[in-house]
Design a protein around this ligand. Structure first.
Ligand code: NAD
Length: 367
């Protein structure tokens, strides 16, 4: 995929379609409804592999440009994630502009559902920041193009166990690359964020005999997980100075940055959080130069989208878990590609994603 650049003056005169051209976005739907106060943007990045699937995020953006940039960036990320995971899905995302506590209600969500429906299945929505499974049920009143519904509605329910399993197998593939075998027994692993995904990851790691350190901003979660798994609690001030083998970011993005890279002494970074590299081009390079193997976040955490994908064809958790297990091979093969091409691992992942899309685009052209 060709990547272009635009000058500031180009962008101020042509803020929308020219921006779409930067990363070849296919379509954007701008949604407005005065009666409910709905203001939303649905971005479809690429549908070569299938319908564009990606969550709806609700956020009090400072302005429309910020919302547009976010939805363009996130929808492209979904294209890459689904492609590398081997799913027949394209990339899309939606953002609803506004404070969820103030404006989110049934009418607004149903109006949004009507907009999703107007795309006729080209975009399938799901949960993201500030949206709940109950919100998805409401959107589902107006459109069938919703995934990630609760299990009691025939949906796939909480994806976190599948995501955590994907992170775990990805970590094992990373260990194989670094130490020649994939055992995590005795390895010192820091799990930052022990929420839905982090806790299940701690469970896998403990069962395999890893030495697990945990950090979270929630005292309650720390107490619960430390007692259940005999994990060692570490403070935010000291955790990046520990002698570690593996750092697993499972809370927030951008934790691989100038500050943490100056302190981290681990050999592997592999976790569930999205957008772990503060600046992909800068920190994706530095990490490798420091002798740390970075397992690209969207490859590692694809269990969530894999889980939702299987909901589209009648949910079966076993099939989702079998597919998530393939993340091991994908992770390992992208490390080989990175070495062969002499490029950072994040770039190798992007190349894998683009290659599959280009190949399938060619066969799609055959009648
Ligand atoms: P969660 O909200 O259940 O857990 C996040 C945990 O991180 C919470 O316990 C929270 O207290 C903690 N946390 C927040 N800020 C922190 C900080 N500054 N330092 C330490 N801990 C902090 O979320 P989750 O579902 O477990 O997801 C974890 C990450 O993985 C998120 O970044 C999410 O976007 C990503 N992810 C999740 C899934 C999934 O299936 N749930 C799929 C793909 C990606």
């Amino acid at each position: 995929m060709e990547v272009k650049t635009l000058s500031h003056s180009d962008l101020s005169k042509n803020p929308v379609i020219a921006q779409m051209g930067l990363n070849n976005h296919e379509q954007i739907l701008f949604c407005n409804d005065n009666s409910t106060g709905l203001k939303a943007i649905i971005a479809i990045h690429n549908t070569v592999l299938g319908p564009a699937l990606g969550g709806t995020r609700m956020w009090n953006y400072a302005n429309e440009m910020e919302a547009l940039n976010d939805v363009l960036r996130l929808s492209r990320g979904m294209t890459f994630k689904s492609s590398v995971a081997g799913l027949n899905l394209g990339g899309g995302k939606a953002v609803i502009i506004g404070d969820p506590k103030k404006i989110k209600n049934e009418a607004l969500l149903r109006r949004f559902g009507k907009f999703v429906n107007s795309l006729g299945g080209k975009y399938i929505t799901a949960e993201d920041v500030a949206m709940t499974s109950r919100d998805m049920e409401i959107i589902n009143m107006e459109t069938k193009f919703v995934s990630g519904l609760p299990e009691n509605m025939g949906g796939s329910g909480d994806p976190s166990p599948v995501t955590a399993y994907g992170v775990y197998v990805s970590m094992k593939a990373s260990a194989k690359e670094v130490w020649g075998n994939d055992s995590l027994a005795g390895k010192r692993v820091l799990v930052q964020g022990i929420g839905h995904v982090g806790q299940v990851l701690v469970d896998h790691l403990t069962k395999e005999g890893a030495k697990v350190y945990i950090n979270d901003i929630s005292e309650e979660r720390l107490k619960l997980v430390a007692e259940k798994y005999f994990a060692e609690v570490v403070s935010a001030d000291t955790m990046f100075d520990l002698d570690l083998d593996i750092y697993a970011p499972c809370a927030l993005g951008a934790t691989v940055n100038d500050d943490t890279l100056a302190r981290l002494k681990c050999k592997i970074i592999c976790g569930a959080a999205n957008n772990q590299l503060a600046d992909e081009k800068i920190h994706g390079e530095i990490v490798g130069k420091q002798g740390i193997l970075y397992a690209p976040d969207y490859v590692v955490n694809a269990g969530g989208i894999i889980n939702v994908y299987y909901e589209l064809s009648g949910y079966n958790r076993e099939r989702a878990m079998i597919h998530a297990e393939k993340i091991y091979d994908t992770t390992f093969s992208l490390f080989q590609l990175a070495k062969k091409e002499g490029i950072p691992t994040y770039m190798a992942a992007n190349h894998l994603a683009e290659k599959r899309i280009e190949e399938i685009a060619k066969i799609n052209a055959v009648r």
